[in-house]
Design a protein around this ligand. Sequence first.
Ligand SMILES: Cc1ncc(COP(=O)(O)O)c(C=O)c1O
Length: 503
Amino acid sequence: MKLVYYKYAFGIIHLYKIILILLLKKYTVHLEEVILQLNKLHTISSKLDLQQSERLAMFKIVADYSNKFINELPNVKGFSTKEPQLLAIDNTPKELKNILHLYQTEVAETGINAASGTHMGYIPGGGVYTAALADFLAAITNPFASVYYASPGAATIENEVINWLKKVFSFPENTVGNLTSGGSVSTLIAFTAARDKHQIKNDLIKKSVVYLSEQVHHSTQKALRIVGLEDIIIRYVPLNEYHRMKADALEQIMKEDVAKGLNPFLIVATAGTTDTGAIDPLQEIAVIAKKYTAWFHIDAAYGGFFILTSKKEMFNGIEEADSIIIDPHKSMFLPYGLGAVLIKDKAAALYSNQYTANYMQDAVMDELVQNPSNVSPELTKHFRGLRMWLPLQFHGVEPFVACLEEKLLLVKYFRLKLQALGFCIGPEPDLSISYFWYPFTVDANEKNKQLMQAIHDDGSVFLSSSVINKQFVIRIAILAFRTKKETVDKALAMIERCLQKVQ
Ligand SMILES: Cc1ncc(COP(=O)(O)O)c(C=O)c1O
């Protein structure tokens, strides 16, 4: 009986041994297969991580391309109507030189040449070289700039740029801010804070009023809609002959609204309007905003950095705002994709944006605003601070200010020359944007439209148009850092040429 029992036990152990060997074998085979597969994939996936010699060669190609691009800027057209071709992705690897050739012909040579000084339409862009180098470094090192814990250095640079802006605009130290992709997103963040501070929701939306200049940038109305305030009442405040908001008219409208039982919620002033470069009377508006406990927001997206110039006094009162937006990709000549917002009420700024989650538990900070993500809808974002911090460290602020002063003088020069050519010009602008039209004796609007078309067809300098006081006008927006006296002369020669064609 015992023997049978032992035999039975040995049999089971043997069976287990066999199963174990089979399992191990299977596992070993599986492991070997995985290693084999990994080796195969490694050969292909490592192509993304270039060797030093390849990196150097590619860097040289890109450096040569950029140098050629920059050197040729004074001679290339400001605008081209050419349609881009051949940009579809066909999953076939190509030579970098060929890709850059495609980029040059189908991207760089189409539309507005925004890196050139000949861009004098809309709001010109910039693209200083040192900011491009900063972007390159930001992409190579790729720090997670939105969360202090993830990259204390990168988050500190983001915050230092905000601190510098607070000093420039005389905002208190405890102001919070964020580096955004541009003016539109900055406005969204500011309006969200304003909405949350004043708890504008449900029935209160339809009773609340926003006061805007007729010259306000359209990103303002767009932001109101996006933050859920589509049904709010909008009042357009009349402007004076310099296209600045009339403070007395604003106060009168607000008074009437209060009498009607409405809630004066938000005043949006502009420090540098898009069409005419006008600065609203900020000091007077600040007093009215306080009187009616309305949130005072200033759109200084275009004009902001002119506060560093001889125009400083025109910005008096900006420090009284509850929130301001400024675009370093406009009046600091940085590449597109850098805006900033400053908000005095920290709690309001954090209310909608600050969230946490289990997977973020390591990153919780005592000082919430040290995490840029707490003042923005964005979590992961491009490390934008570096493209402003590095140029400021490298150049100092002086060349930026000189460049802005130069733009103010260039618009004066442009206007004087236009007058000498027989053009009518808009009122003396507060900043570097103005407008003109030719006093054709018949069909003046239609003829000026034709002149604009002729200018676009010519394309040597890019100008854009607008309608001001129901009149078709051609704008001059001088803001590109590469716009010099020679560029303005080129524009004048083009205008004269085009005028002859339509006369
Ligand atoms: C005065 C003003 N505010 C806001 C904006 C919107 O800025 P962004 O295009 O960077 O979103 C612009 C754009 O030109 C502007 O001129």
